[in-house]
Design a protein around this ligand. Structure first.
Ligand code: SAH
Length: 366
């Protein structure tokens, strides 16, 4: 039994069945035993690989996007560049290197990283050792400064935030909870015996057409953060980019999955030692941000977004400068980022902006 499972069982014995959000929050973020707190999970030797770890082009193109939006804002003398869940810091290092090309941009940038993992904060510090400015770390959006516009980037951040699940039963909506199955002495899902207020968060049209047995996911923490982003963008100015795997809702379906060593595994098998994610409902995320007061762009696939930002031209110039085998690797990395059988269509991009900004590059129709 993993130490985190021992902790969860103790919680269940004292508090009763946990919501999936309690379970996921502890499994990923428990201050001593959480998955992200105890390890660097990225890369071939780790559990999964993300877009910035596949190719430098990903962070570079996002860097050019940030610099362009800053120029659209009228090149303010100060801008807070914020990354949520920066992982190894790779995206930010690539972003800053590419953004040098925009005169004046890096002089304006104050760098902020919202990251809860102490181990990953250290990795990020190393990756950004030679960055033109020192980052300030935050554990929550609440402590970001409010004296200048924001440029926010969040890649594979929202999918790591705790979700809750409700299931339609013959008696109505019931939450799916985590308990100990006494017959097997194992963590298991159970259906709450009665209704609860969480069902009030389900999109009413979806609730009406959902069949008995189907599951709906709710992401209160992701929505809270998106709402805060929306409120800040509307008050401070600026724009945000959320990139993740997910769908345009509302939709039903259980998307909670655990991954270990690049393979799916049962969610209760090794809590604290496997990554847990849920697909992002971009429609719900956008609605939460819009309720905060900002503008929301139409959802675009990662493939279309990176193509609009010029990934083909960037690939060609990197390939030209590289020897044969490396050139082929660069082209393969591009295909993985934008191809329909890679991340190109499953991954999507949501843009948020202050209401006075012109159309966002690669996202809003011009
Ligand atoms: N953006 C990176 C990493 C994605 S993994 C990449 O693309 O490679 C998720 C990241 O979010 C990790 O850095 C993890 O430690 C961080 N994270 C998870 N939950 C968080 C929370 N509640 N607040 C801040 N960071 C969080």
């Amino acid at each position: 039994m993993t130490p985190l499972e021992t902790h969860l069982r103790r919680r269940i014995a004292i508090e009763g069945p946990l919501t999936l959000a309690d379970f996921m929050g502890d499994a990923l973020g428990h201050p001593e035993l959480g998955y992200y707190i105890t390890r660097d999970p990225f890369g071939r030797a780790g559990d999964f690989t993300t877009a910035p770890e596949i190719s430098q082009m990903f962070g570079e193109l996002i860097g050019l996007w940030c610099a362009e939006v800053w120029a659209q804002m009228g090149s303010p003398g100060k801008v807070h560049l914020v990354e949520f869940g920066p992982g190894r810091g790779t995206l930010m290092a690539d972003l800053l290197r590419a953004a040098k090309r925009m005169p004046g941009f890096l002089d304006a940038v104050r760098l902020h990283l919202v990251e809860t993992s102490p181990i990953l904060r250290q990795t990020q510090a190393r990756a950004l050792e030679r960055a033109p400015m020192a980052p300030a770390w935050h554990s929550d959006i609440a402590t970001l400064p409010d004296d200048a516009p924001l440029l926010i980037v969040a890649n594979e951040f929202f999918d790591a935030l705790p979700i809750r699940q409700v299931q339609k039963t013959r008696e109505g909506w019931r939450e799916r909870l985590v308990a100990v199955d006494p017959s097997k002495d194992e963590l298991a899902l159970m259906i709450a015996p009665g209704p609860g207020p969480i069902a009030g968060l389900i999109d009413p049209a979806l609730a009406a057409r959902t069949k008995v047995g189907r599951v709906v996911e709710l992401a209160p923490l992701a929505w809270r953060i998106a709402g805060d982003m929306g409120a800040r963008l509307s008050a401070q100015g600026g724009a945000a980019l959320a990139i993740d795997y997910g769908y345009e809702g509302p939709a039903t379906g259980d998307t909670l999955q655990a991954v270990k060593a690049h393979k799916p595994c049962p969610i209760f098998e090794t809590p604290g030692e496997a990554d847990l994610t849920a697909h992002v409902d971009f429609t719900a995320l956008g609605r939460a941000a819009s309720a905060g007061g900002c503008r929301v762009s139409p959802v675009v696939t990662q493939g279309d977004f990176l193509r609009a930002l010029g990934i083909e031209v960037r690939t060609q110039s990197l390939v030209k400068a590289a020897p044969g085998a490396t050139g082929r690797q660069i082209a393969m990395a591009r295909d993985r980022l934008i191809g329909a059988d890679g991340m190109g269509t499953l991954f999507k991009v949501l843009g948020l902006a202050a209401n006075d900004l012109p159309p966002l590059p690669g996202l809003d129709p011009a």
